[in-house]
Design a protein around this ligand. Sequence first.
Ligand SMILES: CC(C)(COP(=O)(O)OP(=O)(O)OC[C@H]1O[C@@H](n2cnc3c(N)ncnc32)[C@H](O)[C@@H]1OP(=O)(O)O)[C@@H](O)C(=O)NCCC(=O)NCCS
Length: 157
Amino acid sequence: MIIEPLSVDRIGQVIDLMGTGAPYITPRTYSDYWLYATLFSATCPVAVAENTIAGAIIAFRSQDDPADIYLQDVITHPGHRRRGVTRLLLETVRAQGKKWGCRRLFLTSDPGNITAHATWTTLGFTNVPGDHVMNGISVVTDYKGPGRSRAVYESPV
Ligand SMILES: CC(C)(COP(=O)(O)OP(=O)(O)OC[C@H]1O[C@@H](n2cnc3c(N)ncnc32)[C@H](O)[C@@H]1OP(=O)(O)O)[C@@H](O)C(=O)NCCC(=O)NCCS
């Protein structure tokens, strides 16, 4: 397994990978991934196994608070799950965050995504206390706007 920064050459493969993430992840446009590959590749690692993409993290350092890195999309191909791909990709983002002196990684998840909850709590994230609890997961109502309640997770870099 090789971890490499997202490149323009891989965009088609990454879009296909994101298509396997339903219902929690849907592919963004080619132009979005061009932007990530061209301006944010240091925090957008992809895992490559035999020239196919096994997983990816799309993350960004905040310009509003440069101590923060937000993980926008995290996905492992169904054929590669539970083999430590996300763990490995996350280490890459953490290492970059440490180099930059960042202090926090954070992300949001659909409150119904039990697998994501298990993943984030195992990988050192705290489920930030919200205003209600669903299936044992703390949720912030309308975190991303009306009707967009989310579980929020954070970890020190
Ligand atoms: C969530 C997801 C990214 C995890 O990726 P992964 O590469 O399989 O995760 P890892 O193998 O690195 O797992 C790390 C730890 O998370 C936990 N974990 C991961 N998947 C789990 C599952 N299905 N059930 C219970 N625990 C799980 C385990 O503790 C695991 O460590 P272990 O295997 O040593 O016990 C993957 O399931 C996925 O792509 N899901 C669809 C898209 C999605 O929901 N993304 C997250 C949006 S917030």
